[in-house]
Design a protein around this ligand. Structure first.
Ligand code: HEC
Length: 108
C-alpha cells in the first residue's frame, strides 16, 4: 500500500494544523445566505418553515458569530444541517464554513 504523507491528507481537507487559510466573513455569508436563511431568518422564505426555526436567525454578522459553534456542530461534524440537505449544500461549502469557524468566526 502506498503511504500518503499526513501533510498531504491534511492539505486536501483544508485542515493544516498551522496556518489554516482564513475564510472571510463575506465568503461565509454568501454560503449562509444560499443554504440557511431560507429557514433561519426573521423572514424565512421556505414555505415549510414560515418562522425562524428554533429561533435560530442568521441574518446578521452578530447572529452568525453567536451560532458559530452550532454551525460547526450541525454543518461540519454531524452534517444534519441544512435539514435533509434541502438547500443542496456541497461538501466544499461545509469545509469553507468549517474554516470560517476555525479561523475565529470573523465578522466585520
Ligand atoms: C429547510 C429548512 C432548513 C435549512 C435550509 C436549514 N435548517 Fe437549520 N434547522 C431546521 C430545523 C427544522 C431545525 C430544528 C430541528 C433540528 O434541530 O434538527 C433546525 C435547527 C437548527 C439549529 C438549532 C439546533 C442546534 O443544534 O443548535 C441550528 C444552529 C441550525 N439549524 C443551523 C443551520 C445552518 C447553519 C444551516 C445552513 C447550513 C441550516 N440550519 C439550514 C431547518 C433548516
Amino acid at each position: 500500500m502506498k503511504t500518503v504523507p499526513l501533510v498531504t491528507v491534511l492539505a486536501a481537507v483544508g485542515a493544516t494544523s498551522c496556518g489554516q487559510k482564513p475564510v472571510s466573513y463575506a465568503e461565509a455569508r454568501s454560503i449562509i445566505d444560499l443554504r440557511c436563511v431560507e429557514c433561519h431568518s426573521s423572514q424565512p422564505t421556505n414555505r415549510a418553515f414560515p418562522f425562524a426555526v428554533m429561533g435560530v436567525k442568521l441574518d446578521t454578522p452578530q447572529q452568525m458569530r453567536q451560532y458559530a459553534s452550532r454551525i460547526k456542530a450541525r454543518v461540519v461534524v454531524e452534517q444534519t444541517m441544512p435539514i435533509a440537505n434541502m438547500s443542496g449544500m456541497t461538501d466544499e461549502e461545509r469545509q469553507i464554513l468549517d474554516r470560517w469557524v476555525e479561523s475565529g468566526a470573523k465578522i466585520p
